[in-house]
Design a protein around this ligand. Structure first.
Ligand code: CAA
Length: 260
């Protein structure tokens, strides 16, 4: 299906979804949120896709937030629905069962930072800027920022960024654990491609086991989290890929994982 605000491209098993509203710094309007949710669901269902890269079009922004021009006429009820739709997108990404990598070349603000934080890995250019500026609009983050920033960076950093609303650079975001890796701007594409290729070549069911155990386990008591881990560990032993990976190690060759 063709989208208006999201472009899709495949390179082997790597699907790239690009938010494509560069004139509006890729701000997330309602239509874009709907399209992204659908595009991620399609990627989840497509066995040929093993990794998703999420990017923003143009040089300036990954995503500069929810679309402020849509918000001015919202009632509290409409705002509630919009918040839930945004949160649903973020949960769809977080629970995709396949690794999602955010490629961040510029502003990741408000809903854009929330979108990045829902991804499993974040690679940023050294020119990228992060922030939760909603307080300056008389708002609070509505797409999960208060929760994911706290989980990623701790309560102190979440309160600092949300209460003061200032931007931070990529180096600080990396120190806070919000960004996985920062690279010079001209190395961003190659770094993301390399990371995506590594993930695309890995055993998909083992990747899923890790995602499930880490993400679901972070939300529950350790006993239950350990049960998730045991479940994923046992499932791995039912796969050809586990036999291939261990066999290749013992035979001193590179494994070739098939996804079964
Ligand atoms: N919503 C709608 N339009 C946006 C936008 C947003 N979040 N961010 C940028 N744009 C639009 C601008 O209105 C402008 O459009 P026009 O050319 O038609 O006027 C275009 O994108 C370019 O932006 P600027 O001219 O402002 O570019 P700049 O380089 O001067 O500034 C910026 C860049 C600092 C990122 C600035 O655009 C900015 O502050 N944007 C808003 C950031 C923000 O507050 N985000 C949070 C939104 S609320 C939210 O996300 C809530 C939530 O949690 C769900």
């Amino acid at each position: 299906m063709a989208f208006r605000n999201v472009t899709t491209s495949d390179r082997g098993a790597v699907r790239t979804l690009t938010v494509n509203r560069p004139d509006k710094l890729n701000a997330l309007n309602r239509e874009t949120i709907g399209e992204l949710t659908l595009a991620f669901r399609q990627a989840a269902q497509d066995d040929a896709v093993r990794v998703v890269v999420l990017a923003g079009a143009g040089d300036k922004a990954f995503v500069a937030g929810a679309d402020i021009s849509e918000m001015t006429a919202w009632s509290p009820t409409r705002a509630q629905a919009a918040s839930r739709a945004g949160q649903e997108l973020m949960l769809t990404i977080e629970r995709l069962g396949k690794p999602v990598l955010a490629k961040i070349q510029g502003y990741a603000l408000g809903g854009g930072m929330e979108l990045a934080m829902a991804c499993h890995l974040r690679v940023a250019s050294d020119r990228a800027k992060f922030g939760q500026p909603e307080i300056g609009l008389g708002l609070i983050p509505g797409f999960g920022g208060t929760q994911r920033l706290t989980r990623l960076a701790g309560r102190g950093a979440a309160l600092e960024l949300c209460l003061l609303g200032h931007q931070i650079d990529a180096a600080r975001a990396e120190r806070l654990g919000v960004v996985t890796r920062v690279v010079p701007a001209d190395e961003l594409d190659a770094t993301v491609d390399g990371m995506a290729d590594q993930l695309a070549a890995a055993a998909p069911l083992a990747l899923k086991g890790i995602l499930d155990a880490v993400i679901e386990g972070a939300e529950c008591a350790i006993d239950q989290g350990l049960a998730f881990e045991t479940q994923g560990f046992a499932i791995a032993f039912s796969t050809d890929d586990m036999r291939e990976g261990t066999g290749a190690f013992l035979e001193r060759r590179k494994p070739s994982f098939k996804g079964s």
